[in-house]
Design a protein around this ligand. Sequence first.
Ligand code: S3P
Length: 433
Amino acid sequence: MDITITKAKQVLGELRVPSDKSISHRSIILTSLAKGKSEIRNFLVAGDTLTTMSVYRSLGVNIHEKNGVITVEGVNLFGYKEPEDILDMGNSGTTTRLTLGVLAGQNFFSALTGDSSLRKRPMGRVTYPLREMNAKIDGRDEGNLLPLGVRGNNLSGIEFFNKKSSAQVKSAILLAGLLTEDKTCVVERVKSRDHTEKMLLGMGADITVEEENKEYKVCITGKKELSPVEIDVPADPSSAAFFAAAAAIVPDSEILLKDVLINPTRDGFFRKLREMGVEVLYLEEREKVGEKIADVLVKYSPDMKGIKITKEDIPSMVDEVPLLAIVATQAEGETVITGAEELRVKESDRIKAVVENLRRVGVEVEELEDGLIVKGKQKIKGGVVDSYNDHRIAMGFAVLGLISEEGITIKNADCVFISYPNFFEDLEKVIRR
Ligand code: S3P
């Protein structure tokens, strides 16, 4: 499906965007490890999280839905059943990497594959440290690429330095650590999203967190039963970001985004918008099941300034970097993004996708190995762009379409289903033409 987005006069109104993808994945995976029934409210119903649900059903976990509440009957740490067939991870890196940690310590064989994008993405960042814990994993490219086979084994603990600050890697190691009697620690120089450790703590895991001298360390001692929990998933800041960006670049706009997760490991995009001079207010800050949330108000800013984004900024806005580059086309002066090489191994090569698409709509941009440089105050002529089958690229360029002279057509836009099935409907709701 191709979609064309044309110029808007204004972006105005109020929205509760879909629930957080990271927390929704974890709400199924972690509660499946508990002993007993957990309840999840406001679970994200979208491509990636439905993949997680179906994978855990294939592992013998009863998961049902009634009146919008999902019940997961946790099987305890080692109660999964050997899957009869290959587990299909679809497009989801989070499902794959976290599940590798769980499967590595079971006493059965499992095989995993995914779609053509996922089969290109590096899994060695998880399988190699898991092998150090005694995991028996094999697959293409010496265990770096799907399909992968996992022969479950008795694991042992490790101390692991998470150089890329990847939350998926950290979570996989912690989940594997949960399956050993030893202590397992993950150290990070820049803290990555911490939902796994927060949720494990809430479920009674033997887990500790230390933050000192700019070093973050989380340790878990495993083989302790997890208690079931009730989870209420807040709105996803990565989805809210598209509407915040739209309000920031379309004249006279103002939008109120309700119930948004503002965990400091996730709200980097909102903080960077503020640094650019955009008015971004957190209203009614509150807590929901251990996570900070707020209603986020964003107003149009005619005087946005270009900024620098460096390596330390990336983890808390990793999925929003393409969108920031899009917003930066309207700022005064250059925006320089570096230290973002991880973008090359996401659902698409997001540096290449942004650079090529920006050029297609008439924007001058310089590609760097680890980022890009965007010139400010540029006219958006419009044209045809490619989603590269990447949901965040499709949504980002839809936002840019709102200030384009001739409209932007996004090829293969249905990929928004991965995280935000009703994105285009919600966008129409807040656009004034
Ligand atoms: C995620 C972590 C990030 C992010 C992804 C979701 C998670 O990936 O890009 O969309 O839920 O843990 P990395 O861990 O590879 O940085």
